[in-house]
Ligand binder design. Structure first.
Ligand code: HEM
Length: 460
């Protein structure tokens, strides 16, 4: 017998409307009401299965992953990401993943540490001009900082300067995408995301702007005519240009290089920025965890610049980031569609059903997480958490489509948090109430206003 439960008939129709308006609140209350496997009937006999039980997530993402493709909600992203890894499918995806995977090997990721720390220092310098107690929006600050890191790691370029419109253009594209997938028309019109609505036209202009900047960076690099593989790649762009298909020996097409760069930019920027912003909010609310963070950073770094080698020693810092991504996973839901009929714990899964393991819900499953709403980084200290199911925690997804940039994002988050903590403590303005908005990433609705305090222990 199936353990799935959920609303039926009219109830479900009303629910769909409210889910479109606010899927996060809707999914949380469905899970609270019906449990960790929720069935929601969709129009025309379709079905949505919402998953917060790790075993079921593992079935969809690993054991039977060949039967699940990315859901239709990813489709509008192809407008800007083309055949990049996030949106690609099938053989083409598998080949690209094989080619790109080695670029995210540990030694390559570590080589970006100096760029990450340098970007953090640029932010610290801009803060140094502000008086003690200055008010800032940490979400905005982290967004600019993560974009700076992306620019350096992808292209050795300053995206905050010359191409300063990148941030707003990326935000426009992400907003437009959310609007499309929330529209009732998206459910019934397969190509709704292409209709020339004002939303689409705005997005198209922003996409053209992003493509223009990225194409310019690629062609300038090609013009340098460095030989593939010559004297060490400077950044991911060099690596993409040097990459060869192992069987055919072919380089990537111009278009594919651009699609992958756009994908790294889009998939890696807002996610990491939000992870850091939520972390500062949580630290301000949990002074003991913050004291311990400051003590660790002061001890491990002893006033010098952080390096990749320090990341392994910054165990509390890393646990803080992991615990923050448990409570506020930037990728809050993962959506798939069944290719052929399947069965999940006795529940029939007809072809084309939407199956959604949701990190936001999995990370709060009380069977896996005692005191699920409590912020407790000790859960992620080395040696802890062996009793948990491996799929109880999925900030970077799971199975073959899992995030290729997870190691990069963890190193970046740890180094940025440690570098900022060396100098500053951020305090939430009193009375702030967070409102996580489930767009493509989970982000704070009106930013996170915090006051900046220079730490007494900070060394100049
Ligand atoms: C905290 C930061 C990040 C989070 C939470 C995150 C989360 C995720 C998740 C959950 C997926 C899987 C989506 C799915 O299965 O449908 C994913 C895929 C992906 N991510 Fe990340 N990501 C982060 C940072 C990055 C960075 C820094 C990069 C690149 C530099 C990146 C590149 C990608 C790519 C290319 C994919 C598609 C992989 C594939 O399907 O082969 N991500 N990410």
């Amino acid at each position: 017998m199936s353990t799935a439960a959920g609303p039926t008939g009219r109830q479900a129709l009303a629910l769909l409307r409210s889910l479109r308006a606010d899927p996060l609140t809707g999914f949380v209350s469905l899970t609270n009401h019906y449990g960790d496997f929720v069935r929601v009937p969709l129009p025309r006999g379709g079905k949505l299965l919402l998953i917060s039980r790790p075993e079921l997530a593992a079935h969809v993402l690993v054991s039977n992953q060949a039967n699940y493709r990315k859901a239709r909600t990813y489709k509008p992203m192809t407008e800007v990401l083309g055949n990049g890894l996030l949106t690609n499918e099938g053989e083409d995806w598998a080949r690209q993943r094989r080619i790109v995977q080695p670029m995210f090997a540990r030694r390559h990721i570590d080589s970006f540490a100096p760029a990450m720390v340098a970007a953090a220092h640029t932010t610290l310098e801009s803060w140094a001009a502000r008086p003690d107690g200055a008010l800032l929006d940490v979400a905005e600050e982290m967004s600019a900082l993560a974009l700076d890191v992306a620019g350096r790691a992808l292209f050795s370029a300053d995206l905050t300067g010359e191409a300063g419109a990148m941030g707003p253009a990326l935000a426009t594209v992400l907003d437009a995408f959310t609007k499309v997938v929330r529209s009732p028309l998206f459910l019934v019109a397969p190509n709704y995301h292409r209709w020339p609505t004002p939303n689409r036209l705005r997005a198209r202009a922003a996409e053209a702007q992003l493509h223009g900047v990225v194409d310019g960076l690629i062609s300038r690099r090609r013009a340098e005519q460095r030989l593939p593989g010559d004297a060490g790649a400077r950044d991911l762009l060099d690596m993409l240009l040097a990459a060869r298909d192992e069987t055919t020996g072919e380089p990537m097409s111009e278009q594919q290089v651009r699609d992958e760069l756009m994908t790294f930019l889009l998939a890696g920027h807002e996610t990491t920025a939000n992870a850091l912003a939520w972390t500062f909010m949580l630290l301000s609310r949990n002074p003991e965890a913050r004291d311990r963070l400051e003590a660790e950073v002061d001890e491990v770094l002893a006033g010098r610049e952080a390096t990749a080698a320090d990341a392994d020693k910054l165990t509390w810092t890393s646990a803080v980031i992991s615990e923050s991504m448990r409570l506020y996973p930037p990728a809050w839901i993962i959506e798939r569609e069944a290719i052929a009929a399947d069965e999940l714990d006795g529940e029939p899964v007809p072809a084309d059903s939407v199956v959604a393991p949701a990190p936001y819900l999995l990370h709060r499953n009380p069977d896996q997480w005692p005191n699920p709403e409590g912020f407790d980084p000790t859960r992620f200290l080395p040696g802890e958490g062996s009793a948990r199911h491996r799929f109880a925690y999925l900030p970077f997804g799971g199975g073959r489509r899992q995030c290729i940039g997870g190691g990069f994002a963890m190193l970046e988050s740890v180094l940025l948090l440690a570098t900022i903590t060396q100098r500053y403590r951020l305090d939430l303005v009193p009375g702030f109430r967070e409102e996580p908005v489930p767009t493509i990433t989970l982000r704070p609705r009106r930013g996170i206003p915090m006051r900046l305090h220079r730490r007494a222990a900070a060394l100049d």
